[in-house]
Design a protein around this ligand. Structure first.
Ligand code: ADP
Ligand code: MG
Length: 291
């Protein structure tokens, strides 16, 4: 039988915008010691927009953006959607043989050339030379918290696209209140170290796991769980699902993907990260009454 108090708490939670999918998660939420937040789409709105495009010397910015738009036409990633929207007014050639490079970028063939749009990691992995003007522009954009992706062909870096996201207005309070309640707060992202550190600094988070590939997110959670530390993970993306499942309590952003929601015990229906503390409080109130 379901304890009546827990049933009532589920209803109270619903009023506060908390959807309790697993009663075990509601019960465990009172004992959480570390909250690990995903960055994009969780602490930020995840509605990226193209801020600026920089072409390598001798190339044209619109040409670089059009190539990127061709490659990204078949990708669902928020970065891809932003690039496609920005390239909309341009003449965008049709790409073939699209390939998604999980957690890194995307490639496709455009007018007989293999073009890739990807993170700086890929530039390094392929041993490509990063022209000085792009290095400077990339560093400047990252230092302002912008996500930078590079546009490459097989032999060189053609340009970069900088994308701006918006930190959710409720995130700073969510982090501060959790910290005040004695919970350790950390952040996890597939984005670069610079952008990760910038967003974390805006929010008073000092523990940042950056440049984490999708397959490694759950390992970050299990790393934190060593010595029995109880960890809650908060995320929105397909990439976050294994980490949500690995955490002692998985919490999904309501506006997130179905896969994230199905992997979580609690869902923040209003996508407000302050709901994490509300869930912990509801858990404490519920299980105090039952003892
Ligand atoms: P996050 O943790 O922010 O959700 P992802 O794991 O989805 O990040 O992506 C990590 C990084 O890989 C992005 O910051 C970007 O540099 C690159 N990336 C992923 N998908 C794409 C894409 N479709 N186009 C360009 N870059 C991408
Ligand atoms: Mg995300």
């Amino acid at each position: 039988a379901i304890p009546l108090v827990a049933q009532l708490s589920t209803a109270i939670g619903a009023k506060k915008g908390l959807l309790v999918r697993s009663r075990a998660a509601l019960e465990d939420a009172r004992n959480i010691q570390v909250v690990l937040f995903d960055k994009t789409g969780t602490l930020t709105e995840g509605k990226q927009g193209v801020a600026n495009v920089v072409a390598a010397a001798g190339l044209d910015g619109d040409e670089v953006l059009a190539l990127a738009g061709s490659v990204e036409a078949d990708s669902e990633h928020p970065i891809a959607r932003a690039i496609v929207a920005a390239a909309g007014p341009l003449e965008v050639p049709r790409a073939t043989d699209f390939e998604s490079l999980s957690g890194r970028g995307a490639s496709a063939t455009v007018d007989g050339r293999r073009i890739t749009v990807a993170s700086g990691r890929v530039v390094t992995e392929r041993g490509l030379d990063l022209p000085a003007e792009l290095e400077v522009a990339g560093r400047d954009a990252s230092a302002q918290g912008k996500t930078v992706v590079y546009v490459l062909d097989d032999t060189s870096v053609l340009g970069l696209v900088a994308l701006a996201d918006v930190i959710r207005p409720e995130s700073a309070e969510a982090v501060a209140e959790l910290q005040k309640s004695g919970v350790r707060v950390a952040m996890l992202t597939g984005d670069s170290r610079e952008v990760g550190d910038w967003v974390a600094a805006q929010l008073g988070i000092t523990e940042v796991f950056a440049e984490v590939l999708p397959g490694q997110k759950a390992d970050v959670v299990s790393g934190l769980q060593k010595d029995g530390t109880r960890v809650a993970m908060v995320g929105d993306g397909v990439n976050d699902a294994p980490a949500l499942a690995q955490a002692d309590v998985g919490i999904a952003i309501g506006a997130g993907t179905d896969v994230a929601i199905e992997s979580a015990g609690i869902v923040l229906a209003s996508s407000d990260p302050r709901g994490v503390l509300a869930a912990f409080r509801l858990s404490k109130a519920t299980y105090r009454k039952m003892q």
